[in-house]
Design a protein around this ligand. Structure first.
Ligand SMILES: C[S@@+](CC[C@H](N)C(=O)[O-])C[C@H]1O[C@@H](n2cnc3c(N)ncnc32)[C@H](O)[C@@H]1O
Length: 317
């Protein structure tokens, strides 16, 4: 649906798996770094009568929605509008020395996707925006209309893993030389018409290009890298971080960062013992990512590409 009419609330993805993975403790403090509409936080607060939640989101509309959903819990909830890459500052400002668990449920929420004016969706027409933080300096329209053709191709290839990135960049450059490209529907049509564009029924041809633009607009991968490292440092001994990713670029970063934090030794493999002195921060709890079961995939199509990984801080790291 378009505009601001009645819409379905965001359904939290892998909810039971996240709660189990975080190992919610009575009276624990949980940092929901992507609080969104508060779906996961609501269940943390319901299931543990004394648990507290610190909720972060860079989108003021998401934060307002979380505030309404979690209002009944009063002082057990503290919300903050910030990019999660600064989660260390947020907890410090709140006077919280460490947290028992952290959740990162990456990507956009249904709230953002469903509002055409936010410009995230190719299935509804809206301005080419895609900013999660509406005060952010860069919009998708600025990228599409001002980046060089080479830079466009690079972004679409790297962040969209799109095989036809050069052709798409060329088509965009041709089109914008006539008129600026200003709408999501306009861009979707340009991409769809690129010769050779795959017609996989379940995936819109512009999916990968839109993903690439969104990642660039919000600097998503760098924010994720920073949040993973600083977040693990904020955990109490035995505390856990749960991360849900929605595409392979994110999942790869999570997998590699967790692995490096669990085994940071940089000594050459033929050294008989470690001399670099780097100590593991903890261990990876998920050898393979946890994925949604059949019924969740059926009931919530947005969950289909979700992958959950869990890291546990060492008992005395
Ligand atoms: C998938 S939604 C979270 C949904 C939430 N778990 C729920 O159940 O309602 C992701 C949210 O994270 C926010 N977000 C994504 N990247 C962020 C970042 N770098 N800093 C802060 N918030 C971010 C988005 O604005 C969005 O509201």
């Amino acid at each position: 649906m378009t505009g601001r009419g009645v819409r379905q609330r965001h359904i939290p993805v892998l909810l039971e798996e996240v709660l189990k993975g975080l190992g919610i403790r009575e009276g624990g403090v949980y940092l929901d770094a992507t609080v969104g509409e508060g779906g996961h936080s609501l269940e943390i607060l319901r299931r543990s009568a004394r648990a507290q939640v610190i909720g972060i989101d860079q989108d003021p509309e998401a934060l307002a929605s979380a505030g309404a959903a979690l209002g009944e819990f009063g002082q057990r909830v503290r919300l903050c509008r910030r990019n999660f890459r600064y989660m260390g500052e947020v907890v410090q400002e709140m006077g919280v020395p460490a947290v028992d668990g952290i959740l990162l449920d990456l990507g956009v929420s249904s709230l953002q996707l469903d509002l055409s004016e936010r410009g995230f969706s190719f299935s509804q027409d809206g301005p080419l925006d895609m900013r999660m933080d509406p005060d952010g300096a860069l919009t998708a329209g600025m990228i599409v209309n001002s980046y060089s053709e080479e830079d466009l191709a690079r972004i679409i290839s790297t962040y969209g893993e799109e095989r036809l990135s050069r052709r798409i960049a060329q088509a965009i450059a041709q089109e914008r030389s006539k008129n600026p490209i200003t709408t999501t529907a306009g861009l979707a049509v340009i991409v769809s018409r690129v010769p050779g564009m795959s017609r996989v029924k379940s995936i819109h041809p512009a999916t990968r290009t839109f993903q690439a633009l969104r990642i660039e607009v919000n600097d998503e991968l760098n924010a994720l890298r920073e949040a993973l490292v600083s977040g693990i440092g904020l955990l109490v001994p035995g505390g856990r971080m749960a991360v849900i990713s929605f595409h392979s670029l994110e999942d790869r970063i999570v997998k590699r960062t967790f692995r490096r934090m669990a085994d940071p030794c940089e000594c050459p493999p033929d050294f008989p013992m470690c001399v670099c002195g780097a100590l593991p921060m903890g261990s990876v709890r998920t050898r393979r990512p946890i994925i949604p079961g059949e019924s969740e995939r059926r009931d919530n199509p947005r969950s289909r590409s979700a992958r959950l990984r869990i890291f546990e801080r060492a008992p005395r790291a």
